[in-house]
Structures are given as structure tokens and as C-alpha cells.
Design a binder for this molecule. Structure first.
Ligand code: PNW
Length: 464
């Protein structure tokens, strides 16, 4: 590729935090072991047509049984931190009641082995594996789920808080609400926009209640955050209809989360947009105070950006269904990943610069960035993934550019440590730095992993 691979981390400080990320359902397998109960993803994977090839997370990367080997692999990459998630139905089966000691024991060992190898554990409490019983009781559109999440969060703090200092409540509430309850592409597969907006509020409330409980229960000072997936939303032109389409997309994609978290209020334009569509955020007294519990950091998951237009293309009728104003994605003439996502590193610079400007004082960490490509493995399992390496190099450079422009970005986690269960795409899409052979469970670092390791090492030696 034309991309320069050398010096991608130039300009990043010596104490910049480097990491790799995974999530529980995507790697663990062992779904029926040690008292774990089903999550909404175990159920959703059984819905015909829901997941490519009918795949599921029953075995995934078998990480539950191979954890020590995987921790050694993480340490070999030379990263500072490992971002993983705790499976709620493992540590609190059914989503209510006491902790399950056997489930907690797994994370207890994981944390100890990471610390033993000098890798900081970054815990995410919810990366989408809601206990099925809580979905049966209404799921995230139901207010009680927020309280159940706070209870569960405290159980994990009680067990691991003596050793873990970095805590993230939710991963990507946009995906939980919109893909899970509006579009139906993710578990639980429901399609009702007003319910999705109730889910948004109850996810944020769950975050806020958990944040209060985590701070109160922490036995040592903690760094507390939430992770949002965001892209930059560009208008296709200066035309007011295009500008408004970009405003609405940014409203539902970013500001509906950021404004209550940082400023303690929902954006008035978004509330008005929702009202036109017959939806509302079911706010009760005190909710916004809880949601605005001060954050120590914001996690940003970035994959791509989008250009929006509010004008129908020639001959296209503007659909006026359910009061939703017309909006369309304008396809860019850019290289794409295997997910079909446009590769737009500049969008990451623009997003981080804008976050630094509109939400000042909040340290930013890239908690996910990476790409699926159609890897071809040699007989020994190695993969010459120049495309993925270039993707990482260009985006790390984009982070450095944002810092130069004033954004307080302090770390970068690559998604993902290894190939894993890519949700509705099953095992068809590979995001790993490390190749996983699903027949043998053999792990082989790809060329991108070796590049990432060298880039981290160089950035430290050059600057310290
Ligand atoms: C994130 N979208 O998911 C998740 O945090 C990871 O678990 C996942 O593997 C990774 O990104 C790659 O997909 C997303 O449709 C899923 O915009 C879908 C979207 C965004 C993020």
C-alpha cells in the first residue's frame, strides 16, 4: 500500500497507553459452564437467519479454557493494557440475586495473570450479553433493567476492585438500543423505534446508577468511563436539507449520549426530532443527575464516518413514513473494509477534535479501532495483512493529528486481539491482530500484530 507504515506513532507521548480489546461473548465460549445462564445473544443466535451461517458463540475462541495462553500472547504484543468485558450471566446468573463465585473466579484469575505480566486490566461491564431473563422481563426498554445493571456492577467491583482501577460501564449503547431494539440486526432483534429510545434512556440511567455505586464501593481510586461508538457525520453539501440530515444523524448517534453524560441534559433538537416520530425519553426526577455522574474518561470506538444528505436523488420519492424526515447516506468513492465500511482516517481526527472542543476537560481513549479484511492464511497460519496494517497506521496517525489540533487523546486499543465472533456476521469477518484457526484453535500473529508490537516499542524507545 501507499501508506507509510513507519513512524505512525510519531508525535505521541511516551506515556500514551497502548492496548488490545475483546469482549466476552465474542471470544469466551463455554456458555454452559460454571453456572453461566443464557444471554440474549445465545437466544438470538438460534433465530433462523439472524447470524451468517447460523454461527453462535458456544465455542468461539475457547478463551474460557485457553485464557493463560491468551494472556501470554497479549503480553508478547508489548501492550500496556487489555480491554475485556465481563459476562453478566456468568457472574450473576439470571441477572438477579447473589454473585456466582465460579463465574467470578474466571475473571479473578484473568486479572491476576494480566497483572502478573504487567498488563493493566481495563474492564467493561456490559458488552451486550444481557441475561435472557431480564430481556424476558422487558429488556432495556424497561426501567428496572437499569437498576439490575447497577446491582450487577457492584458485585463485580466487590470481587475485583482491589486490583482493577479502570472501569467502563457500557460498550456502545447506540448499538444496544438501535441495532437491538430498532433495526433488529442484533439481539434481542426487536424493531420498534419508540422502544429503542426507551432503551437509550435506561442504558444511560443504568450507566449513571452503576457509576454512583462503583464509586461508592471502590476500595481504591478508580478511573471510570463509558465507551461510545461514533463516526463523524458530514453534510453532503451546504444545502440546509443536507446540513439538517447530518445534524439529525449526529444527534441520534452522538449527542443523545454525550450531552446527558457531560452536561446533564438531552439536546433540545433531538428531543423535538423524537417527538415528531412519536418517541420520547422516559426521564424521571433525578435521572439526569445520576447520568451526569462525573466521568474520568470517555472511550471512543471508531471504525468509519458517514456523509448525509436530506435531498432525495433524482427520481427518488422522499418517503415520509412515521414522521421521520428524509435522510440518506451518500456513498463515498473510497476504499472499504470487508464490512463494506468506508476507510476515513480523517473522520477520526475530525471526531476527536470536535469532542475536545464541545466536551472539554474529558480525557479521550480510543477503546476500539480496527478493520475486517478477507485474510488469506499460509499453511503455517501466518497472514500478510498489509491492508489491515495500513488501516492501523493511518488511524494512529489520525489520532496524533487530533492531539496536535488540541484533543486530549491518551490511549489507543486495537480491535481486536484475535479473530472472533463478529455478531450478526458470525465467524465470517476477521478483525484480529492474531489469526484464529477455528478448527484447531491455533493462534498465529498476523503481520499487523508484529507491526503493532514494533510500533509500540519504537514509540517508547524514541521518546523515553
Ligand atoms: C463494535 N455499526 O460493534 C463492537 O464494540 C465490537 O464488539 C465489534 O466486534 C466491532 O465494533 C466491529 O464491528 C459495532 O453497525 C457493530 O455501526 C456495528 C456497528 C458499529 C459497531
Amino acid at each position: 500500500p501507499a501508506t507509510a507504515l513507519a513512524g505512525a506513532a510519531d508525535g505521541l507521548p511516551a506515556d500514551f497507553l497502548w492496548g488490545v480489546a475483546t469482549s466476552s461473548y465474542q471470544i469466551e465460549g463455554a456458555v454452559q459452564e460454571d453456572g453461566r445462564t443464557p444471554s440474549i445473544w445465545d437466544t438470538f443466535c438460534r433465530v433462523p437467519g439472524a447470524v451468517v451461517d447460523g454461527d453462535n458463540g458456544d465455542i468461539a475462541c475457547d478463551h474460557y479454557h485457553r485464557m493463560p495462553e491468551d494472556v501470554a500472547m497479549i503480553a508478547d504484543l508489548g501492550v500496556d493494557a487489555y480491554r475485556f468485558s465481563v459476562a453478566w450471566p456468568r457472574v450473576q446468573p439470571g441477572g438477579r440475586g447473589p454473585a456466582n463465585a465460579r463465574g467470578l473466579a474466571f475473571y479473578d484469575r484473568l486479572v491476576d495473570q494480566l497483572l502478573d505480566k504487567g498488563v493493566l486490566p481495563w474492564i467493561t461491564l456490559y458488552h451486550w450479553d444481557l441475561p435472557q431473563e431480564l430481556e424476558d422481563a422487558g429488556g432495556w426498554p424497561e426501567r428496572d433493567t437499569a437498576h439490575r445493571f447497577a446491582d450487577y456492577s457492584e458485585l463485580v467491583m466487590d470481587a475485583l476492585g482491589d486490583r482493577v482501577r479502570h472501569w467502563t460501564t457500557l460498550n456502545e449503547p447506540w448499538c444496544s438500543a438501535m441495532l437491538g431494539y430498532d433495526q433488529g440486526h442484533h439481539a434481542p432483534g426487536r424493531k420498534h423505534f419508540p422502544d429503542a429510545m426507551k432503551a437509550v434512556h435506561h442504558l444511560l440511567l443504568g450507566h449513571g446508577l452503576a457509576a454512583q455505586r462503583l464509586r461508592a464501593a471502590a476500595p481504591q481510586p478508580i478511573q471510570l468511563g463509558i465507551t461510545l461508538n461514533m463516526g463523524n457525520s458530514y453534510p453532503a453539501s451546504d444545502h440546509p436539507a443536507d446540513v439538517d440530515a447530518a445534524r439529525r444523524a449526529d444527534g441520534l448517534g452522538a449527542r443523545i449520549y454525550l450531552d446527558p453524560l457531560v452536561h446533564g441534559r438531552y439536546p433540545a433538537d433531538v428531543v423535538a426530532d423524537l417527538a415528531r416520530r412519536g418517541a420520547e425519553l422516559p426521564v424521571q426526577d433525578g435521572d439526569l443527575e445520576a447520568i451526569a455522574t462525573p466521568l474520568d474518561l470517555l472511550g471512543v470506538n471508531y471504525y468509519s464516518s458517514h456523509v448525509f444528505s436530506g435531498l432525495p436523488e433524482d427520481g427518488e420519492a422522499a418517503p415520509a413514513a412515521d414522521g421521520e424526515p428524509f435522510s440518506r447516506l451518500v456513498k463515498q468513492d473510497l476504499p472499504v473494509t470487508a464490512m463494506g465500511w468506508d476507510i476515513i482516517p480523517r473522520g477520526l481526527t475530525d471526531l476527536l477534535t470536535r469532542l475536545g472542543r464541545d466536551y472539554p476537560g474529558l480525557p479521550l481513549y480510543i477503546t476500539e479501532n480496527g478493520a475486517a479484511f478477507d485474510d488469506t492464511a499460509d499453511a503455517d497460519g501466518s497472514v500478510q495483512d498489509d491492508d489491515r496494517t495500513a488501516y492501523f497506521a493511518d488511524h494512529i496517525r489520525a489520532v496524533a493529528a487530533a492531539r496536535t489540533a488540541g484533543a486530549d487523546v491518551r490511549g489507543y486499543f486495537a480491535w481486536s486481539l484475535m479473530d472472533n465472533f463478529e455478531w450478526a456476521f458470525g465467524y465470517d469477518k476477521r478483525f484480529g491482530l492474531v489469526r484464529v484457526d477455528y478448527d484447531t484453535q491455533r493462534r498465529t500473529p498476523k503481520q499487523s500484530a508484529l507491526w503493532f508490537r514494533d510500533t509500540i516499542r519504537e514509540s517508547r524507545t524514541r521518546q523515553s
